[in-house]
Write a protein that binds this ligand. Structure first.
Ligand SMILES: Cc1ncc(COP(=O)(O)O)c(C=O)c1O
Length: 403
């Protein structure tokens, strides 16, 4: 019924999220899925939330069920600001805007900063949802490879100089510095400092997306870039999706007051305000001390899953497979040997009833063909072992065929 000519130019450049499309295939309950970035539903604190929900309705029902301010409920923003301040960020509630998931936050940032033809810098690989959010604003992507210590900052400097020679100043640098999606790596402190220096020197903005920073299985918490930022150049985004429940669709952005005002204008057009009711519930959950306990609980639940997945890579994948042991987060990132295209291999994997996300989905330059992202938070340890055994078989078969 709809003729192509009716669609906007923007819509023509937008593609369905490959992850969402692939997840449809993995709905079959027989498939062991390492594809989604899903928290383990067994951990959801249902009983505590039943109680808190009742209390919120009894105590605050008339406000909690009403529209709220676009920036979010003031007392909730205060709670979040004080948590961020404990991590070294110089913030008050005026520096916080609540968003409907951090995915909306990324879109708001796109609305505020991006014009068609602008250039932005991302990691290679990077979060697919960010590529999709920013692509809608018809931008050019420049990618900087990462290694075990995060984005290669020397290459970033070179890229900025190279762009400068062409008369291009990038609008911002988007990074997931802590337990990166998909690569699982953490940007080292020296690279974090260098990144801030570069942003200061070249008058750039840095978007720090941090959904996984609290899911630490080993080592000390990394200092957020926002805590190193003296000039108000870092826009920090975090979410309740991975530390509580993605169904809440609740996240927040921390930025300078000037930027928060702009972001709020962008948000007004999107949804007027985020879900007021869940803001109250999340506030009570934090203030009752449940959130910190919950994070401790999921860390204990996910660490052995991570260990099982790493053990299974060693047991079932070719010996020259390249991988890092992630010290936190939800993903293992694996590069298999040979000329195997993991996108092509996906349907073979589905036939064996196991799923992952192929590497190319996370690259803005067409790279990543022989890599894959494997989620370890969602499945049981038993299923991780079985799924990885199946995947190992699929890879072995593909390698033999390629010979
Ligand atoms: C790096 C990153 N940013 C943002 C999101 C979006 O999270 P949400 O919209 O659920 O807050 C995700 C989800 O997987 C993510 O991995």
């Amino acid at each position: 019924m709809y003729a192509e000519r009716l669609f906007s130019e923007r819509m023509k450049t937008m593609r369905p999220s490959e992850i969402r499309e692939l997840l449809k295939l993995t709905q079959n309950p027989e498939i062991i899925s390492f594809a989604g970035g899903l928290p383990n539903p067994k951990a959801f604190p249902v009983d505590e939330l039943v109680e808190i929900t009742r209390e919120v309705l009894e105590k605050h029902g008339k406000v909690a069920l009403q529209y709220g301010p676009t920036e979010g409920i003031r007392s909730f923003r205060e709670v979040l600001a004080s948590r961020c301040a404990k991590e070294g960020m110089d913030v008050t509630s005026e520096n916080v805007v609540i968003t409907t998931g951090s995915q909306q936050g990324l879109d708001m940032i796109g609305r505020v900063f991006l014009d068609p033809g602008d250039t932005i810098i991302v990691e290679l690989p990077t979060y697919l949802g960010a590529i999709n959010a920013f692509r809608a604003y018809e931008v050019n992507f420049e990618g900087i490879p990462l290694d075990e210590d995060g984005m290669k900052i020397d290459l970033l400097e070179e890229k900025i100089e190279e762009l400068k020679k062409k008369g291009i100043t990038p609008k911002f640098i988007y990074v997931v510095p802590t337990f990166q999606n998909p690569a699982g790596v953490v940007m080292s402190e020296s690279r974090r400092r260098k990144l801030i220096d570069i942003a200061n020197e070249h008058d750039l903005i840095v978007i720090e997306d941090d959904p996984y920073g609290k899911l630490i299985y080993e080592g000390k918490p990394a200092k957020p870039l926002k805590a190193l930022d003296d000039e108000g150049r870092v826009i920090y985004i975090s979410t309740f999706s991975k530390i509580l429940a993605p169904g809440f669709r609740l996240a927040w952005i921390v930025a300078s007051e000037e930027l928060i005002r702009k972001l709020a204008i962008a948000k007004q057009a999107l949804d007027l305000c985020s879900n007021t009711f869940v803001q109250f519930v999340a506030k009570e959950f934090i203030e009752g001390g449940y959130l910190d306990l919950h994070i401790m609980k999921i860390i204990e639940m996910y660490r052995p899953k991570r260990d099982k997945m790493i053990e299974a890579i060693k047991n079932y994948f070719p010996s020259d497979t390249i991988f890092y042991k992630p010290r936190g987060g939800m993903f293992a990132w694996v590069t298999i040997p040979g000329n195997i295209d993991t996108e092509e291999m996906f349907l073979d994997a589905i036939k064996e009833k196991v799923a992952y996300i192929h590497g190319k989905a996370f690259y803005v330059d067409g790279g990543g063909a022989n890599s894959m992202r494997l989620n370890f938070s969602y499945s049981s340890e038993e299923l991780i072992d079985e799924g990885m055994r199946r995947l190992g078989k699929v890879i072995e078969k593909k390698l033999k065929e390629a010979k």
